[in-house]
Ligand binder design. Structure first.
Ligand SMILES: [Mg+2]
Length: 260
């Protein structure tokens, strides 16, 4: 049987749980990227984790032995910023890290406006109660809420920790308000422009990741192949129970490399 990777023009790669877990590179990741490069397959790293900037990701990957550039990195934060820029929004209240706010400021967007047009929720690993309070009061004032991504938890070597999906539940309990728009995987807007750029049809694209409700869901919405890696969130038992089978299931990304 031929490996479905060989017919691909563009590959989208999840990071957490697929390329690395915490500060540990996943087996075969470097070899896999070398294979893509030698085969002329374009690739991009996708992360819903909005606590870091693109520069942070380039540095993190470099520390793990993967040299890459910012234009290969797609963050959920990009979708929010694009949306705000397109709608000429300058005033927001951001619940997010300093790294995330820097990305907004570079585009001339105020992140602590007294009269925000939107409240923006990112993965805030620097959260303090004052931010929750301010955001909740803005929501009660009918300021709409945007969220960078829907993930309930973020995988770490110590176990899953609360992420934005959990925060959205908190705000809904406290204010009755839901997010107006949620960016990041599985929102197809995150990658569609790149498929266009590379003239790639869904058949010529694969999404590789460890999570069903974001990575696999994105592939379903794009109608492209999904390669599931078991190096992160999904267990072999869960993979076996999936009603729709991924095009490929591998223990780790290194095992997706076609054998010569
Ligand atoms: Mg992942």
């Amino acid at each position: 049987m031929t490996n479905p990777l060989q017919s691909k023009k563009v590959v989208f790669l999840d990071l957490d749980g697929t390329i690395y877990l915490g500060n540990r590179l996943i087996e075969g990741a470097q070899k896999f990227l070398k294979y893509l490069e030698s085969s002329g397959i374009q690739y991009y790293f996708l992360s819903n984790n909005s606590s870091r900037s693109k520069q942070d990701y380039v540095q993190k990957l470099s520390g793990l032995g993967i040299q890459t550039s910012q234009n290969r990195i797609l963050l959920s934060t990009d979708g929010v910023i694009d949306f705000l820029v397109r709608n000429q929004v300058k005033d927001t209240y951001v619940v997010g890290t300093r790294s995330m706010k820097e990305m907004f400021k570079k585009q001339g967007i105020e992140t602590n406006s007294p009269c925000p047009k939107y409240v923006v929720l990112g993965f805030d690993t620097e959260l303090v109660y004052e931010k929750l309070k301010k955001a909740a009061l803005f929501l009660l004032d009918e300021i709409p809420l945007l969220a960078t991504h829907p993930d309930m938890v973020c995988p770490t070597p110590e176990g899953p920790i609360p992420d934005i999906g959990s925060m959205l539940a908190l705000f809904e309990k406290a204010t009755g308000k839901k997010a107006l728009k949620i960016f990041g995987k599985p929102n197809v807007e995150m990658v569609q422009h790149l498929m266009k750029k590379h003239h790639a049809s869904p058949r010529e694209v694969a999404m590789i990741g460890d999570r069903i409700y974001t990575d696999m869901e994105l592939s379903n919405r794009l109608n492209c192949d999904f390669f599931l890696v078991l190096s992160g969130e999904t267990s072999p038992q869960e993979a076996a129970r999936l009603p729709k089978k991924p095009a490929l299931v591998a223990e780790n990304i290194g095992q997706i490399i076609p054998s010569a």
